[in-house]
Write a protein that binds this ligand. Structure first.
Ligand SMILES: Cc1ncc(C[n+]2csc(CCOP(=O)(O)OP(=O)(O)O)c2C)c(N)n1
Ligand SMILES: [Mg+2]
Length: 899
């Protein structure tokens, strides 16, 4: 069997010596067995590493703790006191969930996630997580969403949350309750990082740690003292986002990143890897990716057993027992464990003969052993040159008693009977604190807290004080303010393109370059691109602003002699993320929330293929809105017909529909460079001056046409979402109104000319820059009218602007008809949307526009049709137009053509 094929390809300089080594190994296996041989091999590998021989890394180690007992550091705190504090936290976390479900049946909440991870959090809060009070912004801690009750319970003991608030868990509508999960949008002073959509927290934490380095290396902020901690569920690792970016922090040596995976071996439905071992699987993955892996599997009591394990039978048993069995042992009696785990092998059975059944049952797992955790965290914080993952083995529902612990249904248990509460009280040694008569069917279980000035309270507060204040805590305290850019970056774009035909993408790239050069904001602009810069003409940024590369550029690029060569630098500005929209979005979030987590506002511009934005990473965009992001998303190569040739998977005709679902996204579909520049300028002002936590989404196109200069007095209209772009021509007797957005401006303008020339219709043209904005305004007006029936009704802006004089309204877009339809019912005249419903396909723009019926002839026919409906033209005239333009009236509807 050839495993290390390379060995056979190298000359053996001393075959006799090689033979001797191999013979010794054979002899060991013969004389002492494979176990002994494995032991020696491990020793040899360890020695080789010490001598820096450079052997290939192994990806797995036996199922024991990474840090041996003798290397555990001295624990500086008072373990008993901390256990007592933790008991209070555990109790209150359970009570708040139980009470919430008494008050409001079905309101939900989780008991067992935090119960399994209480010590994982506590050791962090007591000894490692840095708060923000020294002004350096401290650590970022990503908390498992379902552990929220435990975090509230700690904040309650710290006096940061009241009893009433605990009682309002999951009852937020009145404004005083507590969010189900970490949501900065709903608790902006408390939660910093939304995590509950599985996988997003872990991914974000990676790019967050990397963004801290970026700020540091670019000398924008000193982030040297900050770490990013991320708590991950072992079930959560199955989300592709969780493990999808593991290689980045290893490659960039992000030793400021620490993950703690809560390996309770269970997810929602049952075991994570019943037939395997999640910890071993993860160890291999993380080590393979270059992480420092610390396994915390067994509590201290196992150390003595392992020391007696001369024949490695215990080790072998640990290695070969699958998680499904370990979960079983978690719920079984000591006698069962003795029989099934230790029983089959007499050597194992002997090892535990002096332990009682009870002692066997309570042999703790590493994740519940405070000292082991402390050692692991300490080692993680001392690690240099690589990120660390702590794989901590726990029991789901730990301390919640036999009905909850380790049960397959544990994740969703949210109620406890009085008897179960009694068990919990005993288990937490709280019998002297919670009187018997406080636990009764007709009573609500009480919250408990330490007396003012008690040792416990003081200890808790002192620990947090020593670590620079409480966490989680979201404070927006801008320490490096950012002024507005000068006019200059915009002027060039607002002036139009003269005779040159350009696209809105090209104009945006120019604007982005200008903004990067701006003396006020330049250094804080963060261009983010997922390997698509050349497509968007952004490769021009590479040379001037450089691509961020943690270790600089170690090679001479192939295009070094070119003006626009591929230049990487340690203080590079451009985040060229490679082909990962998810990773780019995570970078966007880190930059777009930097005003809060660092007090350093940044201006991120994430430009992507518009099809691979909302559709591909929609949940990250949703979560970025939750995290109160401020920044710009640019969906380039937009439009189902404008992006010619690319076909079904690439041609975006619906991202504006998806964008319409995110409350804090302002979605724009500019037709001209000056609109785009006006919108971006307005957005920068909203984010930096008005401090609105909004995301601007702009679609950009790759169709070239002459960009007119900014007409006078239209800025407000651009921002309102609709403005008159051209008056109706003089002469014709009939009136109509055409709305266009984006590249549909071409068909609209051609139709205006054609209608006047051939069909006696004078159409005015309006540019609809944001249907989302118009709709939201109209909805609020409508609501106001509904709730104020006796007041004079107000008129939605779109209704007022379009009035009732301009004839029927035809709205043409390169997006689905549902986009203009957003405002249809507030238009007084007949309203006809033309759009690109259906799958895209590859062809030329002309053919595609004909196919989707958004070209000039279809705008003309739609306009005449609407006029016919009003009785202004005859039906025959419409038929004549259809025939004139050679439209096949019986062709299948393009939306349904592929069904
Ligand atoms: C994207 C996504 N899918 C599904 C869920 C629903 N969900 C919440 S918790 C959970 C199980 C979590 O298991 P694990 O990650 O092991 O965490 P534990 O509670 O065991 O610590 C699931 C499926 C979710 N929150 N997010
Ligand atoms: Mg789990």
């Amino acid at each position: 069997m050839i495993i290390d094929g390379f060995v056979h390809q190298l000359p053996d300089t001393d075959p006799t010596e090689t033979r001797e080594w191999l013979d010794s190994l054979d002899a060991i296996v013969d004389a002492h067995g494979k176990t002994r041989a494995r032991f020696l091999m491990s020793k040899l590998l360890e020695r080789a590493r010490e001598l820096q021989v450079g052997t290939p890394a192994t990806v797995s180690t036996p199922y024991v703790n990474t840090i041996p007992a003798e290397e555990e550091p001295w624990f500086p705190g008072d373990e008993d006191l901390e256990r007592r504090i933790r008991a209070y936290i555990r109790w209150n976390a359970a009570v708040m969930v139980i009470k919430a479900n008494k008050h409001a049946e079905g309101i939900g909440g989780h008991l067992s996630t935090f119960a399994s991870s209480a010590a994982l959090y506590d050791v962090g809060f007591n000894w490692f997580f840095r708060g923000k009070e020294d002004g350096l912004a401290g650590d970022a801690v990503y908390i498992q969403g379902h552990a929220a009750p435990g975090i509230y319970a700690r904040a309650f003991l710290e006096g940061r949350i009241t009893e009433q608030e605990l009682d309002g868990f999951r009852q937020e509508v009145d404004g005083a309750g507590l969010a189900s999960y970490p949501h900065p949008r709903l608790m902006p002073d408390f939660w910093e990082y939304p995590t509950v959509s599985m996988g997003l927290g872990p991914l974000n934490s990676i790019y967050h740690a990397r963004f801290l380095r970026y700020l540091h290396n670019r000398k924008i902020d000193d982030t040297g003292g900050s770490r990013v901690w991320c708590f991950v569920g072992d079930g959560e690792v199955d989300e592709p986002e969780t493990l999808g970016a593991l290689s980045l922090p290893a490659r960039e040596q992000l030793d400021n990143l620490i993950w703690v995976v809560n390996c309770n071996l269970q997810r929602l439905d049952g075991p994570v890897r019943g037939n395997g071992k999640i910890i071993q699987e993860l160890e291999a993955i993380f080590r393979g990716a270059g992480w420092n892996v610390i396994k915390v599997i067994w509590g201290s009591k196992w150390d003595q057993l392992l020391m007696q394990d001369r024949d490695q039978v215990l080790l072998n048993k640990m290695n070969t027992t699958v998680d499904g069995e370990f979960q079983r042992y978690a719920v079984e009696s000591g006698a069962y464990i003795r029989e099934h785990f230790f029983g089959p092998d007499p050597r194992l059975r002997k090892m535990v003969e002096r332990l009682s059944d009870d002692e066997l049952r309570t042999l703790p797992r590493g994740g519940h052993d405070y000292r082991k955790l402390y050692s692991a965290y300490k080692a993680a914080t001392e690690q240099t040159g690589a990120p660390t993952v702590i794989l901590a083995k726990t029991i789901k529902g730990w301390t919640l008693g036999p009905d909850v612990e380790g049960r397959n249904a544990t994740h969703q248990i949210k109620k406890m009977t009085v008897d179960q509460l009694r068990v919990l009280r005993e288990r937490l040694f709280l019998t002297d604190i919670i009187p018997e008569d406080a636990l009764a069917d007709d009573k609500e279980p009480p919250y408990i807290r330490f007396a003012e000035g008690s040792v416990e309270q003081q200890y808790m507060l002192d620990r947090r004080k020593a670590l620079d204040g409480p966490l989680p805590s979201r404070v927006v305290r801008v320490k490096r303010p950012l002024g507005l850019p000068e006019d200059k970056p915009f002027d060039e774009v607002l002036a139009g393109s003269g005779k040159q035909a350009v696209s809105t993408t090209m104009a945006f790239t120019r604007l982005l370059r200008n903004l990067c050069r701006d003396p006020n904001v330049g250094r804080r602009v963060v261009p983010i691109i997922p390997d698509e810069a050349r497509t968007f003409g952004m490769d021009a940024l590479f040379k001037e602003f450089k691509i961020y590369a943690a270790h600089g550029q170690a090679y001479e690029p192939v295009d070094a002699q070119l003006l626009l060569s591929y230049s990487e630098a340690r203080d590079g500005q451009v985040l060229e993320e490679g082909i990962t929209e998810a990773g780019s979005m995570a970078s966007f979030i880190a930059a777009a929330t930097s005003y809060a987590h660092r007090g350093v506002p940044m201006l991120p511009f994430f430009t992507f293929y518009s099809m691979f934005g909302f559709q591909r990473v929609g949940d990250l965009i949703w979560s970025s809105a939750d995290s109160r992001a401020r920044g710009f998303l640019l969906g380039a190569t937009a439009g189902r017909t404008t992006l010619l040739g690319e076909g079904l998977q690439h041609q975006d005709g619906h991202s504006h529909i998806l964008a319409s679902t995110v409350p804090t996204v302002e979605a724009w579909d500019p037709a001209f460079a000056y609109e785009m520049a006006t919108i971006i300028r307005h957005g920068i002002k909203e984010m930096l001056v008005d401090e609105r936590d909004v995301i601007y989404y702009l679609t950009l196109y790759n169709e070239n046409y002459v960009m007119p200069p900014l007409p006078e007095g239209v800025e407000q209209g651009i921002i309102d979402g609709l403005y008159r772009w051209a008056d109706a021509p003089e002469g014709p007797s009939l009136r109509a109104t055409i709305l266009f957005s984006g590249t549909a401006q071409g068909a609209a303008r051609a139709a205006q000319a054609e209608l006047a020339e051939r069909w006696d219709v004078a159409a005015e043209l309006w540019s609809a820059t944001s249907y989302k904005r118009l709709r939201e305004e109209a909805l609020s007006v409508e609501r106001w009218n509904r709730l104020h029936p006796t007041e004079p009704p107000r008129t939605p802006l779109v209704t007022e602007l379009l009035g009732s004089e301009g004839g029927p309204v035809v709205a043409v877009t390169d997006f689905m008809k549902a986009v203009p339809d957003q405002v249809g019912r507030w238009v007084r005249q007949p309203f006809v949307p033309l759009g690109t419903d259906g799958f895209g396909r590859s062809d030329t723009r002309e053919r595609l526009r004909e196919f989707f019926e958004v070209d000039m002839p279809h705008v003309v026919v739609a306009t005449l049709g609407a006029l016919a409906q009003q009785g202004e033209v005859k039906a025959e005239t419409v038929a004549e137009a259809i025939a004139h333009y050679g439209i096949d009236a019986d062709r299948p509807d393009p939306r349904a053509a592929d069904l």
